[in-house]
Design a protein around this ligand. Structure first.
Ligand code: ADP
Ligand code: MG
Length: 331
């Protein structure tokens, strides 16, 4: 019910950027190839995510708003429910802390819309939409004023949204992303854009990193491809000469999800230890992939920590994979 949703929301939704993350992940899960995110006032008054994914059938719209009614756990996954620890929480949570409207059209169905604002959802109504899904979240935390106090300036919240979009855009180079600030109303202003990349994983990632981090990064980066005990490491790491004064260009992903993890950043630093003075930081976009049983990425829904079954293997893979690649590049 509403109270439980609101408590869960405190776990899932900390700020506008966490709502954006959940909504864009849903669009990606729905197989979208183009995703547009619009926000106003740092996302506090409006977040709107539009995708061209598979859509939601009218009868399923109320389900999308009920807790744990995820469509993403099939029979086989039920055995591994711990890896989906926070499944089916995002939309009910968002509907309990803001005014949420979902409009969608699935193949073979008419478009329909549903709305919820701090209580029970309205009945499903017909709508006009040619395909995909539009999720609009207005007035985040209007029902929980205490949380409003924790929001930072519009500028800081907009920056956090941009960071989330850039990380997700790196993880999905074949998907096109547009980010728009519509604070003034109307079409607004495009603040970030990445067109869909083509080619294999490395080509697509190089293209995407070029549009996010700039050509200077890609021209100074070497491809990484290493494996150890069931863990694979791919991506690009910059040569030590392209190090930064702050750790702002470190992007780490585990099984396709952006993470911020001390073990992994520590390993990255260790790999460059011989080449960088203490005030310089390596730049890299690295992807660890492995069997989902070897890592828990759902330690906490809003935090992007991970827990490897064997942390030593993950660390060793990064240190040796990067050192090897750097050595091949003459370091
Ligand atoms: P979860 O993503 O963990 O399943 P959510 O609360 O985020 O839970 O979403 C609930 C359900 O709503 C999803 O399982 C999916 O069926 C549907 N859904 C949400 N967003 C979209 C979208 N953009 N396109 C298609 N279906 C969606
Ligand atoms: Mg979700």
């Amino acid at each position: 019910d509403a109270a439980i949703n609101r408590i869960a929301a405190g776990e899932v939704v900390e700020r506008p950027a966490s709502a954006v993350k959940e909504l864009v992940e849903n669009a990606l899960d729905a197989g979208a190839t183009r995703i547009e995110v619009a926000y106003a006032d740092g996302g506090k008054t409006l977040i709107r995510v539009t995708d061209d994914g598979c859509g939601i059938a009218p009868d399923d719209l109320p389900l999308a708003l009920s807790r744990h009614a995820t469509s993403k756990i099939d029979g086989s996954d039920l055995l591994d429910i711990h890896t989906f620890g926070f499944r089916g929480e995002a939309l009910p949570s968002l509907g309990s802390v803001g005014r949420l409207t979902i409009t969608s059209r699935a193949d073979g169905f008419d478009a329909a819309t549903i709305r919820v604002a701090g209580g029970a959802p309205t009945p499903v109504k017909p709508a006009a939409l040619s395909g995909g899904t539009v999720v609009e979240l207005r007035d985040l935390f209007f029902a929980t004023p205490a949380r409003l106090k924790f929001m930072r300036t519009d500028r800081a919240e907009a920056q956090a949204i941009t960071d989330v979009i850039k990380r997700l855009a790196m993880a999905e180079p074949h998907v096109g992303f547009t980010l728009r600030d519509v604070s003034g109303g109307g079409e607004g202003r495009v603040t970030f854009r990445a067109d869909p990349e083509t080619g294999d994983m490395f080509d697509a990632l190089a293209g995407r990193l070029g549009s996010i981090l700039g050509r200077e990064f890609t021209e100074n980066a070497i491809p990484i491809d290493a494996e150890r005990d069931g863990l694979r490491l791919t991506g690009y790491a910059a040569l030590p000469t392209y190090s930064r004064g702050a750790a702002v260009a470190q992007f780490l992903f585990v099984n396709g999800r952006p993470v911020k993890d001390k073990l992994l950043t520590g390993a990255l630093r260790a790999a460059y230890f011989d080449f960088l003075s203490r005030d310089r930081h390596p730049a890299a976009a690295l992807f660890v992939t492995c069997d989902p049983h070897l890592v828990d990425v759902n330690v906490h829904p809003a935090k992007s920590e991970v827990r490897f079954r064997d942390p030593g293997i993950a660390r060793g893979l990064i240190v040796s994979g990067l050192r090897h690649a750097l050595a091949n590049a003459g370091h």
